[in-house]
Write a protein that binds this ligand. Structure first.
Ligand code: PGA
Length: 257
C-alpha cells in the first residue's frame, strides 16, 4: 500500500448477522482499530437493513462508515418489500451498495436498474458503491473487459462529473466470490483494475476518473490481502467471509498497513 494513498477496507455481512451480531461486531471492530489513522484508512461495514440504525448509533463519528446492501430508486411507491433512500437516510446509512453480484445473478437485477439506483443514491447524498464483475462463462469467452466496460458505462450513465467524488467501485469477479470462489491471481486483478481505471477516466475524464477508488473483492483473506493491496490500481479490499469476525478483519487490515 503506497504511503500517500488512502486505502479502503470494507465488509458486506450479506444475510448473516442479526442486529445483536452486528452491534457486537461493530463494537469490537471499532475498539480493535481505534489507533488506526482514519485520514489514511477508510473502514466500512455493510450490514442487513434491520441492523443499520443500531450499528450507526454506536459508531464514533468518522470511525466507521455504515452502508446498506441495496436500495430502491424511488423515494416512495408501490414497491412492496423495498427500501427507499429516505428510509436509509433516516437510519443513518452513509453508503449504499449497488449491484452486488448476488443481486445481479440470484435476484436478477440489470445494469439499467443499477443505473437508476446509482443516480438516486447520489442525488440523496450517499457514497455509492457500485459492484461490477464478470462471470466465469464471460471470462472463458474472453469478454471480461467488455463486460466491465458495459457495467460501468450503463451503471454510471448520466452521473455528473462532480458527483463522481462520491462513487466507489468494487471489482468482484463472480467466480471469485463466496464458498466456491477462487481468488483472482494478482496479475489478473491488476489487469482488470487497469481496465476499470481506464474506463472511469473515459467516462469522467482523468481529473475525476482517476480519483475514484476501486476495491477488489472475492475470496480476500489473510493470505492474499497484503499482496493484492500492493497492486497499483487496487485502492481497497472488499471482504466477505474472512472479515466477519472482527479479530480476523483487524488482522487483515494490519497485514496490509
Ligand atoms: P467473499 O465475499 O469474500 O466471502 O468471497 C465477497 C463479497 O461477496 O463481497
Amino acid at each position: 500500500m503506497p504511503a500517500n494513498k488512502k486505502f479502503y477496507f470494507g465488509t458486506n455481512t450479506k444475510m448473516y448477522k442479526t442486529i445483536g451480531d452486528t452491534v457486537e461486531f461493530v463494537e469490537e471492530l471499532q475498539e480493535l482499530t481505534d489507533d488506526i489513522d482514519r485520514d489514511k484508512v477508510e473502514i466500512f461495514v455493510i450490514p442487513s437493513f434491520t441492523a443499520i440504525k443500531d450499528a450507526h448509533d454506536i459508531v464514533k463519528c468518522k470511525f466507521l462508515k455504515i452502508g446498506a446492501q441495496n436500495m430502491n430508486w424511488e423515494e416512495q411507491g408501490q414497491y412492496t418489500g423495498e427500501i427507499s433512500p429516505l428510509m436509509l437516510r433516516e437510519v443513518g446509512a452513509d453508503i449504499v451498495m449497488i449491484g452486488h453480484s448476488e443481486r445481479r445473478h440470484i435476484l436478477g437485477e440489470t445494469d439499467i436498474e443499477e443505473n437508476k439506483k446509482v443516480l438516486c443514491s447520489l442525488e440523496h447524498g450517499f457514497i455509492t458503491l457500485l459492484c461490477v464483475g464478470e462471470t466465469m462463462e464471460q471470462k472463458q469467452f474472453g469478454v471480461s473487459d467488455e463486460i466491465l466496460r458495459l457495467q460501468l458505462k450503463i451503471g454510471l450513465y448520466g452521473v455528473k462529473h462532480e458527483d463522481s467524488e462520491r462513487i466507489w467501485i468494487a471489482y468482484e469477479p463472480v467466480w471469485a466470490i463466496g464458498e466456491n470462489g477462487v481468488p483472482a491471481t494478482k496479475e489478473y486483478a491488476a489487469k482488470m483494475h487497469g481496465v476499470i481505471k481506464k474506463t472511469l477516466s473515459g467516462i469522467f475524464g482523468d481529473d475525476h476518473g482517476k480519483k475514484i477508488p476501486i476495491l477488489y473483492g472475492g475470496s480476500v483473506n489473510i493470505q492474499n490481502a497484503s499482496e493484492l493491496s500492493k497492486i497499483r490500481d487496487i485502492d481497497g479490499l472488499f471482504i466477505g467471509r474472512s472479515a466477519w469476525d472482527a479479530k480476523d478483519f483487524n488482522k487483515i487490515i494490519r497485514s496490509v498497513l
